[in-house]
Ligand binder design. Structure first.
Ligand SMILES: *Cc1c(COP(=O)(O)O)cnc(C)c1O
Length: 412
């Protein structure tokens, strides 16, 4: 395989050697919990590497041990999926939250501080605000889209900051945060005994329209439940980065048991072939829908990456950080919760459900659903209002979706 091949080409052969599977054109499912060592020495070596007692040597591929540690289907998927983001290594998890929590726990210690763009995904929010503090890890939000100066202020005078966590675009407000800026700050204040890492949740735009590793992120995270899986039929997560960092994350995964399973890995692997096609088509429809919403008399605001309504700074950031607009749209209807609920109950095609990135459109109310555990103050601060609706645009006919939204908005 030539290294110049595009991800869309590589995805069909990268990471899978048919000769190791009886010539099967697509990977079989290795539904087994444990693996037989050829010799005791081989087993010893495999454990040394899996527990991080020794690093694998260049070209060394350690024996498989046990499916909580590794499995051919997970490894095939992990190798394939690096093609999109240009990562050295990837780790597959049982969920996006499994990836996020395991990655954070791999690097944070009591007394450390994590700063994070606000808002973030509801589960991440809960983990940062309610769980990590119980382990004496401080977590401090900064507004999504904050300037470099504002981010720097939090890191400069606080030697305990070890992690800058960014979700970009932010769920559900679609605000982008400055990944290159975070990298610069992390480099400026890192020292021999203080390594500041930059982690980016790339679920909304990546890997097709956003590649944060290119902008200096150390680790990127995905809910593979969303676009990577793409069919709303599985729950999984991925962490990617250098082999060194992903190796440390995998040790944590083995011990927490946040690994995925062979069938799920297989399904994601199958979904990757159509990833670009799906995301591009969904984006095309989303652009038309955003345009329709922007001029609708019952719609107060539309949050869509790259759109002028996001403000000049956001548009500038979008130009340097993204290569597309994605297929998630948040919009405010005129009114409050009652008006938002009227629309949610009246639409026929988008399904009223949380989650996103699937081939079918989904629509939900962040304030009372995905972000309902936030306090009213936290919501106000993050811009999650009662009249806000989030829509994930799927593969239905775009005009059908527009006509449907039009009839639903007319109920207000
Ligand atoms: C869904 C989601 C998560 C959590 O992923 P799960 O697979 O549900 O655990 C994290 N971040 C973002 C941006 C998400 O949309």
């Amino acid at each position: 395989m030539t290294s110049s091949a595009k991800p869309q080409t590589k995805i069909f052969s990268h990471g899978y050697d048919p000769q190791r599977s009886e010539g099967a054109a697509v990977p079989p499912v290795f539904r087994t919990s444990t693996f037989i060592f050829k010799t005791a020495a081989e087993g010893k070596r495999a454990f040394e590497i899996a527990y991080g007692l020794d690093a694998a040597k260049a070209g060394e591929s350690p024996a498989l041990i046990y499916t909580r540690v590794n499995n051919p289907n997970s490894e095939i998927l992990e190798d394939k999926i690096t093609a999109w983001d240009g990562a050295e290594a990837a780790a597959l998890f049982s969920s996006g939250m499994g990836a996020i929590s395991s990655a954070c726990l791999a690097f944070l210690r009591p007394g450390d501080t994590l700063i994070f763009s606000d808002p973030v995904y509801g589960g991440t929010e809960f983990f940062f605000r309610r769980v990590l503090p119980q382990f004496n890890v401080r977590t401090i939000p900064f507004p999504a889209g904050a300037t470099r100066e504002d981010m720097e202020r939090l890191v400069k005078d606080d030697p305990t900051v070890k992690l800058i966590y960014i979700e970009s675009p932010a769920n559900p407000t679609m605000l982008l945060s400055d990944v290159r800026g975070a990298r610069e700050i992390a480099d400026r204040y890192s020292s021999d005994d203080r390594r500041i890492l930059v982690m980016v949740d790339n679920t909304f735009m990546g890997p097709i329209f956003s590649r944060p590793l290119d902008q200096g992120a150390d680790v990127i995270l995905y809910s593979a439940t969303k676009f990577l899986g793409g069919h709303s039929d599985l729950v999984a997560g991925v962490a990617m980065g250098s082999a060194e960092l992903v190796g440390q994350i995998k040790v944590m995964r083995t011990i927490l048991g946040s690994n995925s399973d062979p069938d799920t890995a297989w399904l994601i692997q199958r979904s990757l072939g159509t990833l670009q096609l799906r995301m591009e088509h969904q984006q095309e429809s989303a652009q038309r829908i955003a345009e329709f919403l922007r001029t609708h008399p019952k719609v107060q605001c539309v949050a869509y990456p790259g759109s002028p309504s996001m403000g000049a700074r956001q548009v500038e950031l979008w130009k340097t950080q993204c290569t597309g607009t994605g297929s998630l749209i948040s919009f405010c209807v005129k009114g409050g919760e009652a008006e938002a609920f009227k629309v949610l109950d009246a639409v026929e095609h988008p399904k009223l459900a949380v989650s996103l990135g699937g081939i079918e459109s989904l629509i939900e109310h962040p304030s009372t659903m995905t972000h309902s555990d936030m306090t009213p103050e936290e919501k106000a601060h993050a811009g999650i209002t009662d009249n806000l609706i989030r829509m994930s645009v799927g593969l239905e006919d775009a005009q059908d979706l527009i006509d449907d939204l039009a009839q639903a908005l007319d109920r207000i």
